[in-house]
Design a protein around this ligand. Structure first.
Ligand code: GZL
Length: 325
């Protein structure tokens, strides 16, 4: 049995032991807490680690027993975890889908077992929205549009072409799709903007480095005006490569990054990056409130978007709260 399965079994055993009340599903009550099965897609970025911390700590705060599984970037592991949650007859399932497609069958099994599902962070692409009770997500298309709007404002009076390199997130993931499409829906209004290179870095620092190295083999730095990166970790990798090449990030190449970790806000203050689009990882408390309402049979909204901000080189940096991660 591999490490992941052992960890998952241990977490399950602890949960089942601490809330075991005989065989079969029991109705949660004061002395029988709600059991939530949560499938996390992985631990690929600073954002993801904070998202997991938020969810685990919020479950403890809310008195909810959580069975937490880390799928390590493999949707098959998420499907296995959801099936395990069904077998343990949890009260509610929540998961952050790595990619948008491939969930109908396993969510159909959860529906048949009478277990409500909450989608968190990223979204699924399905024709049957009865497969989930609620989706608590960011508006990734809006994040992309904010990034585009920053460039429209910054280069409003510029005539010459603006050449853009894009570090994209995981293919077929909602944040990558939304940030890609939302960005283009805005910059396409002015033909001076051109995305000359776009590649998938899977939201990982190491791949952000690799892609930036490739880009500098293909283009002279003078040919690149803007780096648009779908998350901070890929931005950190790209900045390392820029500095090694003698390029001054934020000056020689304008940088837009999504997430808003503390490190990228510090870079914004230092002029190392020029625009930061917030993507809020702290959805834990809201998720637990939703879980309680759903298990209690209360109505909840089908789609809830988490509120997010935009910071840029013209922001009042004193008003940017500490990020906490
Ligand atoms: C967005 C989230 C993305 C973050 C990345 O909600 O899914 O995945 O932007 C993370 O940092 O890896």
């Amino acid at each position: 049995m591999n490490k992941r399965k052992r960890l998952f079994s241990l977490i399950c055993a602890i949960c089942i032991f601490s809330c075991s009340c005989g065989l079969g599903k029991t109705t949660p009550s004061a002395d029988k807490p709600i059991v939530l099965g949560f499938s996390q897609l992985g631990d690929e970025s600073t954002w993801r680690s904070q998202n997991s911390r938020s969810i685990i700590s919020a479950a403890e705060e809310a008195g909810i027993k959580i069975m937490f599984d880390d799928a390590m970037q493999d949707p098959e592991n998420q499907i296995k975890a959801i099936r395990s949650f069904i077998a343990y007859k949890v009260d509610v399932i929540a998961f952050s889908p790595l990619v948008e497609t491939g969930w109908d069958t396993v969510l159909g099994e959860a529906k048949a077992a009478g277990i409500p599902v909450i989608i968190v962070d990223r979204m699924i692409d399905t024709e049957d929205d009865s497969l989930y009770t609620c989706a608590l997500c960011s508006d990734f298309d809006l994040e992309g549009r904010h990034a585009g709007q920053f460039l429209l404002d910054k280069y409003r009076y510029t005539e010459q072409p603006i050449k853009i390199v894009e570090l994209a997130g995981t293919i077929d993931s909602t944040p990558a799709i939304g940030r890609y499409e939302g960005f283009r829906s805005v910059i396409s209004s002015d033909s001076k903007f051109e995305v000359i290179f776009s590649a998938c870095g899977d939201f990982m620092l190491s791949k952000g480095r690799e892609i930036m190295q490739q880009v500098l083999e293909l283009y002279d730095p003078e040919e690149i005006d803007v780096l648009y990166s779908h998350n901070d970790d890929m931005t950190f990798g790209a900045i390392e490569v820029m500095r090694e090449a003698g390029i001054e990030p934020g000056k020689d190449i304008v940088i837009i990054s999504v997430d808003a970790t503390q490190r990228i806000i510090d870079y914004l203050r230092a002029g190392t990056v020029n625009c930061v689009i917030e993507c809020n990882p702290n959805s834990g408390p809201q998720l637990m409130e939703l879980a309680k309402k759903i298990v209690a049979g209360e109505e909840v909204e089908k789609q809830i978007y988490i509120k997010e901000l935009v910071f840029d080189e013209n922001s009042n940096f004193n008003k940017i709260a500490d990020r906490g991660y």
